[in-house]
Design a protein around this ligand. Structure first.
Ligand SMILES: [Zn+2]
Length: 309
């Protein structure tokens, strides 16, 4: 979710989730955020205030959670300075992403991005939060960035589906439910057949459209970030089960969407480990193998992790 939406999120209260130990097998978290803290912000899943009261604490506690859950690689996006700090603290375990439309009007020149991708300072183009700003990701504003990503083979992660309840009245007056529909990705997918795209938040609650895009475009993956801890657990499991039953268990990736609540990483992990309808192999795919394939870790010389089978 977008940074400016966090305060609104703290107002939302949903299910309370129990704590549970997790197995120490490696995990890739494809959806993390960095930036300022929001002292006192209530975690909508636990009803408790955040454990991170400063930016430094947010960073330290996020890395602590990553170690605790054996998250061997985390993809972060947020302000440049916060990403640089996270990379210094986390080393090879951290990949930085281009957070293109934060605020809706600060799009960087493509030349700047080209340099950052070429040098490796940025590894992915995500999170793209067009929905928060009333933008359609298939519209011309995004086209130069998609062309660049396709040319450089940079994965693109696009926010879809949900936002903090009441977003149009609080953070984001241009937010539109309709703009979160994954079916809107189709025109850009047709224009850029080699582009590696993943649907962030797996399009929830647009289940049918998410299935339709995943079925028609086999190169597209999806992450289950935020829906694995912020919506009611039974609803997440039903949604996850539908996607796996539909044949997409090898294209779903774990993400936490940790924002200002470091403890949400553990809740997100538990959202998947508690899915009793999945085999251990299916959980391994979601936690690690699918992301390793999508992000081509086996072909990345600097990667400190290998595909586990
Ligand atoms: Zn998001």
């Amino acid at each position: 979710m977008m940074r400016e939406a966090l305060l609104a999120l703290s107002l939302a209260v949903t299910a309370t989730l129990p704590a549970q130990a997790t197995e120490p097998l490696p995990i890739i978290d494809v959806h993390l955020h960095v930036g300022e803290a929001a002292p006192g912000a209530i975690n909508p899943a636990t009803g408790k205030p955040t454990t991170a009261n400063t930016a430094a604490e947010r960073e330290r506690l996020t890395l602590e959670q990553m170690r605790k859950h054996n998250i061997v690689l985390g993809l972060v996006s947020g302000p440049d300075a916060a990403m640089a700090s996270m990379r210094r603290a986390g080393g090879d375990k951290i990949w930085a992403g281009a957070f293109l439309d934060d605020g809706g009007n600060a799009l960087p020149p493509t030349d700047t991005l080209r340099k950052a991708f070429t040098s490796g300072d940025l590894k992915v183009m995500a999170e793209i939060g067009a929905q928060y700003h009333g933008l359609n990701p298939s519209d011309p504003w995004f086209e130069p960035y998609l062309a660049l990503a396709e040319e450089l083979d940079i994965p693109v992660g696009i926010h879809t589906g949900l936002g903090p309840p009441a977003s149009p009245y609080t953070c984001c007056p241009k937010f539109s439910v309709n703009l979160g529909n994954p079916a809107l990705l189709e025109p850009m997918l047709k224009r850029h057949p080699k582009l590696r795209v993943w649907i962030m938040h797996a399009g929830w609650p647009y289940l049918q459209e998410t299935k339709a895009i995943l079925y028609m475009y086999p190169q597209v993956y999806a992450d289950v970030a935020v829906i694995n801890w912020i919506i009611p657990r039974a609803e997440f499991h039903q949604y996850l089960r539908e996607l796996v039953t539909a044949g997409f268990g090898d294209r779903l990736m774990f993400g936490s969407d940790q924002m200002i609540w470091p403890e949400s990483i553990g809740l997100a992990v538990e959202g998947v480990t508690s899915a009793n309808f999945l085999s251990e192999a299916q959980k391994r795919d979601i936690f690690y193998n699918n992301a390793a394939r999508f992000f081509r870790l086996d072909r990345t010389a600097s990667a400190s992790v290998d595909v586990v089978r």
